[in-house]
Design a protein around this ligand. Sequence first.
Ligand code: DUC
Ligand code: ZN
Ligand code: ZN
Length: 466
Amino acid sequence: MSTLIKGGTVIGTTGPYPADVLIDGETIAAIFAPGRAPEGPDVIDATGKYVIPGAVDAHTHMELPFGGTAASDTFDTGTRAAAIGGTTTIIDFAVQRYGEVVQDGLAAWHAKAGGNCHIDYGFHMILGGVDDDALKAMDQLVTAEGITSFKLFMAYPGVFYSDDGQILRAMQKARDNGAMIMMHAENGPAIDVLVKQALERGETDPIHHGLTRPQELEAEATSRAIWLASVAADCPLYIVHLSASKALEQVKAARDLGRNVFAETCPQYLYLTLEDQLGTPGFEGAKWVCSTPLRSKHESHRADLWQGLRTNDLSVVSTDHCPFCMKDQKELGLGDFSKIPNGIGSVEHRVDLLYQGVVDGKLSLARWVETIATTPARMFGMYPRKGVIAPGSDADIVLYDPHGRTRISVETHHMNMDHSAWEGWEIDGRVDTVLSRGEVLVSGGEYRGRAGRGKYVPRSLSDYLV
Ligand code: DUC
Ligand code: ZN
Ligand code: ZN
């Protein structure tokens, strides 16, 4: 069946242009100058709308067991919310816990996601225990499972933490097999000392989560990861959820030297702050406990991150979607901030929140699309199947209404959370229509998708490797 998306403005990586997009089955068949497409196919009227590639969220944690509980979105609820917000592909993190066989961890993630997703999905692999078997498994995942990126943690000793020797060995392996090392860059042992000291002083409120994770410990770990990657013959390195100016400086310096170093940030670091959200009086601030933490509004983090997105020192915006309800989940940390499960849920809102950056003059339209769709697809080996409007690509397409408005609230969102980190925010722009492989999932405010239609996407190596 063919469909023509007619009368819209396509946003490509070089900027906007008027065009009609012909879809044949699950694939984009052709792009025509306005009015030059053949008569015949069903027409979706895109007049006044931007036509953008379905967004790719390269960092989500559906059902992640963490902090004594599990992230509250299942692959069903989380991918449905993602679709409604214009994201048509996620890359979630399968987990190998310490002592576990990597392939068993992967099988467990396939079991969670298989048959439940509304949109297409891939996996990265978290390595919680780097040993000889895990290193061998990295090769097998790259060659046979379509998993070409591995997340390591410099934080969370006793949970996911890898020491520098383990990190170096994994980086050497990645240098050999072409995989990307994704790094949670915070100095965990030093943070644990600060946390213990704060609790001993009776500082138990959520804001102390942020105060015990100072930006210096993110910058130090970011710098150490960059140097370790350098020792591993310039192994490709991707810093996840970068939140702080001093960490960004490390990435920028490495990139200025032409190093294989990349980084993402997340909407929470672009908009929310230590004082205004995490510092909300009482236990309310628990809603915004995430790691890396929200940073001070009295420093230049947010402005620096927006600038980093413009200059490509930050290449990608992901959500690090890791939702927990207040009730029974965040509440685990009542009276002890260190027991609050870490995470914010935003998988539904990233497209809109970054479009607000366009309206505010912080990003171009082209850069909006690049950071939420094209670059994540290229970074993680899904391009050109995903992340671009081009003949031969999957027909994952969003019609975006620049004149619409989006109001964010727990009353209206679709994520499985009892609160919203963005409660009451009213922003410009609105997701109008969403297609995934040619199938209309969202139209006229109505959701028409279904669990189980999303497919696993095995990934190639990153496009950005040298
Ligand atoms: N940070 C979070 O906030 N949640 C999950 C894991 C992480 O690194
Ligand atoms: Zn992390
Ligand atoms: Zn994460």
